[in-house]
Design a binder for this molecule. Structure first.
Ligand code: F6P
Length: 320
């Protein structure tokens, strides 16, 4: 293999830049040519790319976002679109592709590898942590730390006014951002799509916390359940404390990656190039029990999600 390409796709995630850097630098270590495809699969279809050198990835390690830009590409869902993508790869002599993105991006990578035999490696880059084959996705740690910081600030003002705050975090249909944020910030209540909520139990827990001397409450709500304002309506007339809502939104997708995400980025990027260099495609990389792993892309995306109920129960026990 002499020439590879890298792209970022779907929602951006902190650590994507550090990962692009690792891919490019390891490819250069092996003397490979590397192209950076702009705007994800859209750029691949439209032949929008740039040559990447060692210095093309200077000064990006610590930056959020993605220097290659990203897109959610509907055309990639069509065979016509995928044929155009393959044409671009062939015309540019690109023999292997690294796709940094989430579930939807992996579907694109899978199609290229299954239908056209293009060696493709997927790197899990999404704040959602919703790819069950890996313990962590790139960007999740940074997003959670951003949410924790915001909850800390909210706690100050909620305590001053003796209020309840419903903090809505992202995650699509996965509750991990809510779960980890809630535990790490001492939220009294965590509401996730994976566990059916019980309004009476929530009211009971809030009242009990007030009887125990608490002066404010934080409810961390995953976006996969409902909007913060809708959830507030369920509580409003049933509780005597005043409620405010905060939707963290895209702030949690930006910012400089944490140490953990930088380390993941470096290891994922290096591993992806190792696989392509060894002539191996149709794989995804990830981390399991602190070890960097790779496995078949089809196996990876068909795995069922396993919510960490033990962690959730831990929170229920200590947040009162
Ligand atoms: O997949 C990342 C994510 O931030 C989700 O958590 C969220 O549901 C979605 O993307 C938001 O997408 P957009 O940036 O297109 O509004």
């Amino acid at each position: 293999m002499k020439k590879i390409a890298v792209l970022t796709s779907g929602g951006d995630a902190p650590g994507m830049n550090a990962c692009i850097r690792a891919v490019v630098r390891n490819a250069k270590y092996y003397g490979l040519d590397v192209m950076g495809i702009r705007r994800g699969f859209t750029g691949l279809i439209e032949n929008d790319m740039q040559n990447m050198q060692m210095r093309s990835v200077s000064d990006i390690l610590h930056r959020g976002g993605t220097m290659l830009r990203t897109a959610r590409c509907k055309e990639m869902l069509t065979l016509e679109g995928r044929k155009k993508a393959v044409k671009t790869l062939q015309e540019n002599g690109i023999e292997g592709l690294v796709v940094i993105g989430g579930n939807g991006s992996f579907m694109g990578a899978k199609a290229l590898t299954e239908e056209f035999n293009i060696p493709t490696i997927g790197i899990p880059g999404t704040i959602d942590n919703d790819l069950p084959y890996t313990d962590y996705t790139l960007g999740f740690d940074t997003a959670v730390n951003t949410c924790i910081d915001i909850v800390n600030k909210l706690r100050d003002t909620m305590a001053s006014h003796e209020r309840i705050n419903i903090v809505e975090v992202m995650g699509r249909s996965c509750g991990d951002i809510a779960l980890y944020t809630g535990i790490a910030s001492g939220a009294e209540i965590i509401v996730v799509p994976e566990v059916q909520y019980d309004i009476d139990d929530i009211l009971f827990r809030i009242r009990r916390s007030r009887e125990n001397g608490k002066v404010s409450n934080i409810i961390v709500l995953a976006e996969g359940v409902c909007k913060a304002e809708e959830f507030a309506k369920l509580l409003k007339d049933k509780i005597e404390y005043s409620i405010r809502c905060t939707t963290i939104g895209h702030i949690q997708r930006g910012g400089s990656p944490t140490m953990y995400d930088r380390l993941l980025a470096a290891q994922f990027g290096v591993k992806a190039v190792e696989l392509l260099k060894a002539g191996i495609g149709k794989r995804v990389v990830g981390i399991k029990n602190n070890a960097i792993i790779d496995l078949d892309i089809i196996e990876a995306i068909s795995m069922k999600s396993q919510f960490n109920l033990q962690l959730y129960n831990t929170m229920q026990r200590i947040s009162m």
